[in-house]
Design a protein around this ligand. Structure first.
Ligand code: DGL
Length: 272
């Protein structure tokens, strides 16, 4: 599949050819872009990472909301036909507000994939890895309340983890040691499932399995978000009609060649 061609933004109009904007605080949303591509390979995508302002997860709610809203204003202003907020942190800070602001634009957020993790066993022990902000916010507490009697759910804030992936480190001794320290308080053999509640984390699945063992099930929100995006775009009659493979534009607030290379690398690697 030819996916690395840039398309010219001057052709963007609000129609079926227009791209789906996919937004994250950095390169993490590429795990969601992968799921979107496998669900809808013919769509055009405009991936925007705000790496210059990352991490979002340790900022204030107001700051993350301000940043997210200003980016989404631009995507919609330039004609994106739909917006995927491929960041759990930005979703909890801004999606409700954005849906009120843009009621006619399909706007899809992401949340930790807690439901499949809870349903994966009989009262399983489930750890939810996410940013401090995602875990602090009301949206996550409401989600947890829904499943509280069905599993033992342990929220685990992971400040410092997304930085490894932002720097292109998805496999190293330092990363493995970081994960070891993070899971030190747990009896690892008693853990049944781990929810990757930040879109950066699927990229360290391999290292996580090394630390937690092969039997722990890992759950990510990308595939569910991609299915929901397809449903919402179809409902709005905005699916691209062309049978040609779609194109991807990568844009990043830290526009160094290294970041561009990292985006392509992360999109190409398998992280299971
Ligand atoms: N990728 C983001 C998420 O899904 C968070 C990373 C950050 O802290 O900026 O929550």
């Amino acid at each position: 599949m030819e996916i690395f061609h840039l398309f010219d933004k001057k052709y963007i109009k609000n129609n079926n050819e227009a791209p789906i904007a996919v937004f994250d605080s950095g390169v993490g949303g590429i795990s969601v872009l992968r799921a979107l591509l496998s669900e809808m390979p013919n769509e055009n995508y405009w991936y925007y990472g705000d790496s210059a302002n990352a991490p979002y997860g340790t900022k204030s709610l107001e700051e993350v909301r301000r940043l997210t809203v200003s980016h989404v204003d631009r995507f919609i202003g330039e004609g994106a036909k739909a917006v995927v907020v491929a960041c759990n942190t930005a979703t909890s800070a801004a999606v409700r507000f954005l849906r009120q602001k843009y009621p006619s634009v399909p706007l899809i957020g992401i949340e930790p994939a807690l439901k499949p993790a809870v349903l994966s066993g009989n009262h399983p022990n489930v750890v939810v890895m996410a940013t401090p902000m995602t875990i602090r916010e009301e949206k996550f507490h409401n989600l947890m309340d829904r499943y509280i009697g069905m599993a033992h759910i342990i929220p685990l804030p992971c400040p410092g983890l997304m930085e490894y992936i932002e720097h292109g480190d998805v496999r190293s001794v330092e990363l493995e040691q970081f994960l070891e320290r993070l899971f030190e308080p747990f009896e690892k053999q008693k853990l049944d499932a781990v929810v990757l509640g930040c879109t950066h984390y699927p990229f360290v699945s391999r290292e996580l399995k090394k630390v937690l063992g092969e039997n722990v099930m890992l759950f990510e929100g990308g595939p569910g978000t991609a299915r929901e995006t397809k449903r919402r775009i179809a409902e709005a009659d905005l699916l691209r009609k062309s049978r040609e493979p779609g194109k991807i534009l990568f844009e990043n607030s830290n526009d160094s060649p290294d970041k561009q290379r990292l985006c392509r690398k992360l999109l190409g690697i398998s992280f299971s």
